[in-house]
Design a protein around this ligand. Structure first.
Ligand SMILES: C[S@@+](CC[C@H](N)C(=O)[O-])C[C@H]1O[C@@H](n2cnc3c(N)ncnc32)[C@H](O)[C@@H]1O
Length: 479
């Protein structure tokens, strides 16, 4: 009797085959490289993630996770799967209660035997029953662990929220909880506060004819949530919102730390630029990208443009980090509002890194049009942003015929092309952009349309090794 072929087998069998094959690959690489597969019950440490440094192991782990999630979606009752998404705010409320009342740090200090809910409550002053219920829904989702009834401990996931500070210090000085920390707890705190409140008003924003089709940052769900036509930045300027601003800044530094500082070097073929070429880093912040560029390409000139306050900070940073570049004129730091005509005409490259995702299409069109007006035929535009992959394989082949690098490395069928929720962080960021700024991350076709409507044409996408969904470079030319 012939065995059923892979293609004929049921979807659950196909997924199980993928899990089996990739588990063997993962175990082989981990044993060869002595990078153990992490233990869910032990706290996070950078070494627990070392195995992902090997691209084969990283890919195998992604396929296993995508297959396991798809398997669960097939086999769990559909209402349960729906509620894993629709009930996100129930779990988010529980995470916030634990984060704000320092449960992770309390459990770290309690040690491996964990602590009863009464013990936790004696330290953070919360109702022991409520804390127990919050911890239980989270433990049910592999965040914390219930060791015995009403006794909890950290695991690898909950320990990600650890500020690593003594609880005494946290309770004595709550305002500075996130100072000097890696920043992830600050980021989670921000998402569970400003973004969470904005999320509650997203449908009200979308259903109101006054804001439904608006791309105005002052018409965001966040603005509705605070009942004021302010951007998030204006809100943070309020004297009584300094703590939130401070937490946001620490969270952003945490995100920045996740990308290698010289990632910009892989975002375009900078070597191709002739001596004395001018790169204009539009909305370039304090010159985070300009620094590795200036060091690696001393013959290239760079103008960093941003708003006055940012350029003031940039001047201090460059005076410390690379004063020679400023003195020699290799790097200039200048105030320029990118909604005004671009004063630096005929540059070799206009760079827009993580700028367009802050703005809706109508604003991006203004920014891109000013750069197009300043460009000459030889000018290149380099965008660095997250290109959102589609969730489907492209059976029409339409995407594949187009732009070199336009299609990311896809997961094998029957998995979702984008590896599903394994890559969810990028899609979270996209919705976060909508909630807070009325802006968005874009797919490659959306980006191409935006460029096309402003006289630019995308010619190449630069993807970093591992093809993360985080940041890609897009090279465009004037047409
Ligand atoms: C997300 S940050 C990116 C900074 C930098 N490109 C980087 O990747 O590190 C966006 C930048 O846009 C700047 N910005 C916002 N509005 C601006 C405007 N109208 N003109 C110039 N810069 C602006 C902000 O000050 C901020 O530095």
């Amino acid at each position: 009797m012939s065995q059923p072929s892979y293609a004929d087998s049921s979807p659950i069998r196909q997924l199980i085959v993928l899990i089996n094959q990739n588990a063997s690959t993962l175990e082989a690489v981990c044993s060869q490289k002595s990078t153990p597969i992490p233990d869910l019950d032990r706290p996070f440490h950078p070494s627990t993630e070392a195995f992902r440094g090997d691209p084969v192991a990283a890919e195998a782990a992604k396929v296993i996770c995508a297959a396991a999630l798809q398997l669960a979606a097939i086999l769990m009752p559909p209402q349960v799967t729906l509620y894993r998404v629709a009930g996100g705010h129930f779990k988010a409320a529980a995470v916030r209660a634990c984060l704000e009342s320092n449960v992770t740090e309390i459990l770290r200090e309690a040690g491996p035997k964990g602590l009863s809910v009464q013990g936790i409550s004696a330290i953070n002053g919360q109702d022991p029953q409520k804390i127990g219920r919050f911890l239980r829904i989270l433990a049910t989702n592999h965040v914390y662990r219930e060791l015995e009834p009403n006794v909890f401990t950290n695991n690898r996931i909950s320990s990600m929220m650890d500020t690593l500070k003594p609880t005494k210090e946290l309770f004595a000085d709550p305002e500075h909880k996130h100072d000097g920390t890696p920043g992830l707890a600050a980021l989670v705190g921000h998402h569970l506060d400003e973004a969470f409140k904005a999320a509650a008003y997203s449908w009200e924003t979308l259903s109101d004819p006054a804001t439904r089709l608006s791309g105005d940052p002052k018409a965001s769900p966040f603005a509705r949530a605070i009942n004021s036509k302010e951007t998030l930045w204006q809100f943070y300027e309020r004297p009584d919102e300094r703590d939130r601003q401070h937490r946001f800044d620490i969270g952003m530094q945490g995100i920045q730390a996740l990308q290698p500082p010289d990632a910009i070097l892989g975002a375009y073929n900078w070597e191709s630029l002739p001596e004395d070429s001018l790169v204009v880093d539009v909305g370039g912040g304090v010159g985070t990208s300009a620094l590795p560029l200036a060091i690696t390409f001393p013959k290239v000139k760079i103008a960093v443009q941003d708003l006055p306050g940012v350029i003031m900070d940039a001047k201090k940073i460059w005076a410390e980090k690379m004063p020679a570049a400023i003195e020699s004129g290799q790097v200039t730091l200048e105030v320029h509002d990118f909604f005004e005509p671009q004063p630096r005409l005929s540059a070799a490259v206009y760079l827009l890194k993580q700028v367009l995702h802050d703005w809706s299409d109508e604003y991006c069109i203004k920014i891109l049009s000013h750069l197009r007006a300043a460009a000459v035929p030889e000018t290149k535009l380099v965008l660095v942003d997250s290109i959102m992959p589609f969730a489907c394989h492209d059976s029409s082949g339409k995407m594949k015929s187009g732009l070199p690098g336009g299609v990311p490395h896809e997961a094998p069928a029957p998995l979702l092309a984008n590896f599903g929720a394994v890559n969810e962080m990028g899609y979270n960021a996209d919705i976060d952009m909508f909630l807070l700024f009325n802006s968005q991350e874009r797919t490659i076709t959306h980006t191409e349309e935006l460029l096309g409507s402003t006289g630019w044409k995308a010619v190449k996408v630069y993807r970093q090794e591992g093809d993360s969904t985080f940041l890609q470079g897009i090279e465009a030319i004037p047409v």
